[in-house]
Structures are given as C-alpha cells and as structure tokens.
Design a binder for this molecule. Structure first.
Ligand code: DGY
Length: 418
C-alpha cells in the first residue's frame, strides 16, 4: 500500500492553500472546520508542523463568543454556494454562522500523546481557544444545562441530509421571499449523490433566519426553524471534553479542570436522552417535541468513542453493529439499510464515510470490540484501494461517490497506515 500512501500525501499537498486545506477543489473551495481537524491527522504522518498549522487556522475564524464556524471564506470563489454574502455574518475573515462537530481537541490530544515537547507547546497555545469553543457549545446549545447539546442546522452536524433530520426539516415552512438561487454543488457531483432541491430550500430558510437575526444564537435556539440533538455532535463533544481534560491535567490548569469536569458529568446525562430502546441505540432527537428518530446510523456508533451508555446499552449497540455490517459489503453505512429512507448513493442517507469509520473504530477498540473495529478499519482502506480517494462510498458496491481527491479520505488512509 506504499502507492496509496504516496497518492494520499500528494492529494493533501495539492489541496493545501497555505496553512489550511480545502476538502476538495471545486466542490468545496474554502476551509471547513471538521475537515481540517481530520486533515491534521493526515499531515501528522509526514509533517507535524503542518498538522498544527491546520488546527491553528481553524481558530483564525473564531467568533468573539467562542464559536468556531463551520466554513471560513478567505477568498471569494463562485464555484461554491452559499457563499459569504448569503451567510452575512459580518466577521473578519468572513465565515458561516454556525459550527460543526468539535473534533479539534481530540486531534490535539492525539498529537500530544504521539509527539514531544513542541507538540505540548502548540497544544498549550491552542488551549484557551478550545476552552472558549467548548464553552460556547455548553452555554449556547444547552442553555438549561441538561447535558444535551442541540444543533440549529443539519449542516452543523456535518451529516447534512441524513434521514435523522427529516422530522425537523418537515416542520420548516419555506418563506415566499426565500428568493431564487443557483446551487453549484450539482455542477460538480451527480444530483442523485447530493441533497434534493426541497432539502436545499429548507437549508437556506434556516440560513435566512440566522442572517436576519444577526446570528443571535440565543434567539435561534429559542425561535429558530430547526432544533435537534445529534448523536455525532453529542458524542464527539463528550470525547473532546475528555481529551481537553487530559490536556488541562498536563498543563496543571486547575480552573479549567474544574470547568471541564462539570461538562463531562453533564454530557453523560444528556446522552441518555438520545437512547431509543425500540431502535436499540442512541439516535437523533427533535428538541421541541422530544421525538426520537427510530433508526441506527454511523453517528449512533460513536457512543463507544464518546464513552456513552451503560454496559447493557453498549452490548445492544454492538449487536446492532454486527447485524448492519452483515448487510453491507463495506461498513459503516450512514443509515440503517433495513429502514425506509436508505439510499446507497445519496450523501448521508446510506454511503460510508472514512472519518466516521476512524472514530467508530477507535471507540470500538477502547470498548473491547476489537473484531468490529478491525473490520471497519479494513473496509475503510479497502474502499480506497478499490475506488480511490472519494468523498464517500456506496456500502453495497464500494463505488466512489461525491468529490474526488478528497482531503479527509486521504488523511484517514494515512492515519490508518501509521
Ligand atoms: C455542503 O455544501 O454540502 C456542505 O456540506 C455544507 O457544509
């Protein structure tokens, strides 16, 4: 596999825009938050300084309230829609108005544990930024301190059109003055691999609400068109809080340690609000009605990574993982193939994603399910060898889908090799 790792390195270099990478040229021509966190994992295989730069540049876009936005628009590139003018966030550099799963602390701790004093120094410099961002999640997205953190847009989950969001999306009324717009994503990728037009109308309705209230996150939480809880954000934050606690320990920062300990205690409680006995797993939840989604996704499988759930819950979840993997040539699918709504080629409604697999496998290993972890890691690399470094893959055929020469797919391949 020497050849694939050379290709992976070449892809990361080609997508490097100087301190940050684009996920793929054309389709996504800016910096995305969690894409960059995973890119750092890949850079660590051949250039640790560049790995840290990737994490540091994410925080060049951090807002005064601590939020680290999901896209930073350093240039104006008409090949992507919606661009900075549609977001109207009035920040410098311009950015989107909401966040993305907080993976950075996880990667920062990983760099520290596999590195030396220089890694510790870089992590220390980033630490206040990370504390501010995690604080923002806990404060703005869980104002009642229940431990359950909400998202205000499916884009914030990173799992854009997963059927998880269908319940919340159905509640959205598209305003008459939404205006005409021209999607650019389907110029690059076949329409049957992307969200539908009806879905995009709703995405833009949420952005319009945010823009018109000046991205007042208290107001959006209270009155916005969409409010759901996401197992991916919840479990990534849980894991990232724990990793932040380990860093706080290394820095002997007692104040931070106390703050993080409170977060961690609440995280575990909040996670229980996502458990659905009928589905046999942790699922998404519509915040305003309390309704739970009735299917397992790859995000459900992050419970192990987050350290969520009782022994019995984790055993049930591992059993579900086996059943779902047995139905797929390549795991782990983004939606349960046994459920209505499964579409093997459409973005987050079925396809396999390398970054999710990396987190799932890490969690499964730690929870004592090495057989499942090994299978998922094996599938992740086999997909790339069969089809190349695509954005996502068909779980039944292994076909490469979405954008080509994708940064995070290359990064995960490198991380799994080393
Ligand atoms: C897109 O444009 O599809 C992105 O996933 C939004 O973040």
């Amino acid at each position: 596999t020497h050849a694939t790792s050379e290709t992976a390195t070449a892809i990361m270099r080609a997508n490097d825009r100087g301190g940050y990478t684009v996920p793929t040229a054309g389709l996504y021509p800016y910096q995305w938050n969690w894409d960059s966190a995973f890119a750092a994992l890949g850079f660590a295989a051949f250039d640790r300084d560049r790995a840290w730069r990737e994490l540091e540049t994410i925080f060049e876009g951090q807002w005064a309230d601590g939020m680290a936005p999901h896209i930073i628009f350093r240039n104006h590139d008409p090949s992507y829609f919606p661009g900075p003018d549609i977001w109207g966030s009035n920040t410098e550099p311009p950015s989107s108005g909401h966040s993305q799963p907080p993976v950075v602390a996880i990667v920062a701790r990983w760099l520290v544990e596999t590195g030396d004093r220089e890694d510790l120094r870089r992590a220390h410099a980033l630490f206040p930024r990370l504390m501010a961002w995690h604080g923002w999640w806990h404060r703005e997205r869980d104002p009642d301190e229940t431990g359950l953190v909400a998202i205000i847009h499916p884009w914030e989950s990173g799992r854009d059109n997963c059927p998880d969001w269908d319940a919340g999306m159905e509640r959205i009324t598209i305003p008459d003055d939404l205006g005409a717009y021209h999607r650019r994503d389907t110029d690059w990728v076949a329409a049957d691999q992307r969200p539908t037009h009806e879905t995009y109308d709703r995405y833009l309705t949420m952005v319009k609400f945010g823009r018109e209230c000046g991205w007042d996150h208290k107001r959006i939480y209270r009155d916005g068109p969409f409010l759901m809880a996401d197992p991916c954000v919840q479990f990534v934050l849980m894991r990232a809080d724990r990793d932040l606690a380990v860093l706080a320990e290394r820095f002997e920062d007692d104040a931070a340690r106390r703050t993080i300990a409170d977060w961690i205690a609440r995280d575990a409680e909040g996670a229980q609000a996502l458990w659905n006995d009928a589905a046999g797993g942790f699922v998404a939840r519509e915040m305003r009605t309390g309704a739970l989604v009735d299917a397992i996704t790859n995000a459900s499988m992050l419970a192990f990574f987050g350290g969520a759930g009782t022994r019995a819950q984790q055993a049930e979840l591992a059993d579900q993982a086996r059943q779902i993997l047995d139905l797929c040539r390549f795991g782990f699918p983004s939606w349960d193939p046994r459920r209505p709504g499964f579409e093997q080629r459409r973005y987050w409604r079925g396809p396999v994603w390398s970054v999710m697999n990396w987190m799932i496998a890490g969690g499964l290993d730690a929870a004592g399910h090495a057989d499942l972890a090994t299978r998922i890691r094996h599938d992740t690399r086999a997909l790339v060898r069969q089809s190349g470094f695509f954005e996502y893959f068909d779980p039944l055929t292994g076909d490469g889908l979405g954008g080509p020469d994708f940064t995070w797919t290359a990064a995960i391949d490198l991380a799994l090799e080393h």
